[in-house]
Write a protein that binds this ligand. Structure first.
Ligand code: PNS
Length: 174
């Protein structure tokens, strides 16, 4: 059977190994970026899925969080950025993705992540959670700490991608 260029492209898209990297990303940090880069070694496409949670009041709106991530990965065809609401497993199934990546920084992350992974497995056994560890230099980093340090005048240059530093300046008028 001979297939044309268009069919070849469609086949390639069908065969793409995809993973979801979900989170609040309020804002994305270099620790998140590190995990995404590691994920790219295993998957053809990483779908960065930003949770739009009406119960939480994030510092950055869902649009601002998505935009910061898009700017960070501008020109990288392996990264797709989108928002989602509702159950993560529903989003995964709707998008035909079987793997969820989560970063584990320290033992303190483990209990919450373990609980979440097992609940997701209970809800949808076909969705697997893959834990990845960031570089040690980011193991202390969190979005909350970044916001606190920035608001108190600390330097976050090495902790967040440039579009986030810019957005922090705009948000807090620094
Ligand atoms: O960056 P975060 O806040 O640690 O990410 C948590 C996130 C978004 C992955 C988690 O809260 C989530 O998946 N929320 C969607 C709702 C859901 O599926 N809840 C059940 C998970 S056990």
């Amino acid at each position: 059977m001979i297939i044309d260029k268009q069919e070849c492209q469609e086949l390639k898209l069908l065969m793409e190994r995809k993973a979801i990297y979900p989170g609040s990303f309020d804002p994305i940090t270099n620790g998140h970026v590190d995990i995404i880069q590691r994920g790219k070694k295993i998957f053809d496409k990483i779908v960065v899925a930003v949770l739009d949670n009406p119960k939480k009041t994030p510092v950055f709106s869902i649009e601002e969080r998505v935009k910061m991530i898009e700017k960070t990965f501008e020109g990288d065809p392996a990264i797709e950025v989108t928002d989602f609401d509702g159950l993560l497993v529903d989003f995964a199934i709707k998008n035909n993705i079987q793997v969820v990546i989560r970063g584990l920084r320290a033992i303190s992350d483990f209990e919450y992540e373990f609980q979440m992974a097992l609940m997701n497995r209970k809800l949808s056994p076909e969705v697997e959670t893959l834990f990845m560890m960031p570089s040690l230099k980011y193991s202390f980093l969190s979005s909350n700490l970044v916001k606190e340090v920035f608001q108190l005048g600390g330097c976050v240059k090495d902790l967040v991608p440039p579009p986030v530093e810019e957005a922090l300046r705009e948000k807090f008028n620094f």
